[in-house]
Ligand binder design. Sequence first.
Ligand code: ARG
Ligand code: ZN
Length: 865
Amino acid sequence: MQEHKTIYYKDYLPSDYTVVNCSLEFIIEESSTRVENIMEIRRQNPSAKELRLDGEKLDLELIWVNDVLLDETMYTKEENALLIPLDTDEARIRIINRIYPDENTELEGLYRSGGIWCTQNEPEGFRRITYFIDRPDVMTKFTTKIIASKERCPVLLSNGNLRGTATLDNGKHLALWEDPIPKPSYLFALVAGDLGSITDTFTTMSGKKVDLAIYCDRGNEDKCHHAMRSLKKSMEWDEYTYGREYDLEIYNIVAVDSFNMGAMENKGLNIFNSHYVLADEDTATDADFMGIESVIAHEYFHNWTGNRITCRNWFELTLKEGLTVFRDQCFSADMNSELTQRLDDVRALRERQFVEDAGPTAHPIKPDHYMEINNFYTATVYEKGAEVIRMMYTVLGREKFREATDSYFEWYDGKAVGTEEFLKAMQSQSPVDLSQFKRWYSQERTPVLNVSSQYRPESAELVLKINQIIPNNTKNHEQLPYAMPFRIALLAEDGSEYPLKSDDVTLVHRDVVWLEKSVHEIVFKDISSAPRLSLNRGFSAPVIIECDELDYPFLMANDRDGFVRYEAAHQFGIETLEAMMNGAEVNEHYIESYGAILCDGSIEAMFKSQILELPTLTTLMQRQAVIDVDVIFNAHEKLKQVLARRYFSEMLSMLEGLYNPSNAHIDGVSMGKRALKNRLLGLLMSAGDESVNALCLSHYHESLSMSERLTALDLLENYAPDLASGALDDFYRRYQDQTLVMNKYFAVCASSRREGTMERVAALQENSAYDVKVPNLVRSLIGSFARNPVAFYHRSGTGFRFVAEKVIEIDAINPQIASGLAGAFKNYPKLSHEQKAQMGIELERIKNHPDLSNNVYEIVSKILE
Ligand code: ARG
Ligand code: ZN
């Protein structure tokens, strides 16, 4: 059995040696690749006597130090390291080793995706390519020579600028790449293969021309245009918004089908999961188009927040990820609708990050220990990290924030730093002291704000009492109150806002109070009559609000803050559903308020579709002390039915007005109409009406857009089984050769609420379109099943067993994908006695499996703790 070691932030030390230059030569052959690595090493710690190089799964052939060939007595080879005695300030190390990309199923280091050789090195993949000091605070200038068959690999790419090409004997050719900008090894990339491409150019703010290219499997070139447009918009936006200009002559993006994550920001050579590049109206949903725009932007923005300024060590991951997510969220808001974007981001945060933060794998955005760093590319480090940046943006305001980021770029360009440095730049422009604010980096779990008020008519004052309830951390230790910006309004009868005047609290802006105490009592003056509370506007702080004074129908109808309007509907929905789960009848006031939104012709379609979404099963599960999926599911279905029957004719006529089968345009207005249309169709289908079922089938067949076709397919599957099988067959026949669309097919089947879903999923593993080695397919089929509460929490316990078997099977192939899947067991502490016993057996079975990866072990042992 493998030993599972924990790594601590407090043990961090700068590297004894650094690598100044690294010149690499790759000879790519069918079954293996030969790597020659020449490093110029410099000693940084004068008392260091031994150079330690990381290396995993490498066949070492030869080593030279300063041109002296070493024999085996002159160095020590450990399983994952090479130790070379070295007592000079400078040295030249030359290493030749061999690697086997075809056998690399973990998809870390150099591997094969389809016929393409590609790399993924963040965080610690480079050590699977060659021996190196593989840590982000070692920054090196890389030159890369690639030699391969001209026929197999006409395209040879690496980071930086192309310095030369040559034709060699035996049908081979070479390309020489040079990256002038020092970078950590995790940003190294190489691609070789027979690829198609589209090209374009961008002229930067100082007039430099950049050649842009997007590479993909031949035949998919036409699906790259949306990605290219997104790239150019990103480059322009970063110049305008942050003053950041691109710094190389070339920017390349490559789309590959087998990729563990979404995409990777390698310097000048981004490598993407093809899901985030390829799209056209026939095969991609509106959400896919939006996802591409935001991920292309995210990776581009990393060029400054991540590459030029990188992380000192992996505990600092949120330095680049939280900041870059914040930047891509703002970009998407500017390109589309600010409100829609904010609601989507908050929704995603609460569905994923709040759940993570409440469970056994909770961690601060800056963790202080880990077993496997790959397990920390989480919603917490990314999305909560972005919320923490956003709070600083709220406090500083747009202009000061820009000045602060200007300083950040000026002070730390070319360096590997930590969140402390970022905070220093923020503090230089902040109107308030940020010391206490830093707790957001080191504490975990979601704080609750308990809010109540008292109106004093005689003095025209409103007393607002805000109490921070800070949960204990995962170790059950107490944590301290936070500092945060809290955007609020006190609303008069007509929805207008009273100016906020108070001597009891710092107002960082007109409508933003700075909370820092565990209890605040704030007296607001000149409030002429009892106001309505509008709290946490725009979701200014990532907290849970508890307040039993909120007037939901009023806020839904009158608040000028779109988030609060949405939130009122959402909370009202939660309370209505929870009452129903306890046996109450449907709340008539809720039905009326819902109807008022539904029939309000002044609300923009996308926003309306968001407001009309009922709270999800996940949201409700998270609020239960003991999880009971059936009771939630039944209440949820019942509420949809009641709404559909009450507003049947309104919904139907609105649906008809929105439906235009031949519209597959990708613009905000069309997307909004489709989203609302799909929302209404979903509600109507729950009514169980034959004519609606037939309508849904016709939408399936007639729509030209994938968003509509896929929603119709999903609704048929769940509500009209008789019609579903024909539609599913049709879909399969039409798209079986397009793996990105087959992901959608598998996801619909695995998300089905019908009985027998597990058996179908098990059978689909044999389908010729499925491949357990391709992460997207595993996530679509097995991952969707594990996220389908009705099937996964089935009373029989077979859902738990099935997923546990998959975790073990997939762990032997790809530990990162297996540990993602193991996250499905996170609700273990909250299960009923009976279900807990069932899941406990499966968790123990995984944990005791011989040769379990660190990745899965860390997750499962935390869940069982
Ligand atoms: N830095 C990449 C991004 O945020 C993600 C890389 C994650 N890699 C991993 N092995 N977990 O865009
Ligand atoms: Zn990122």
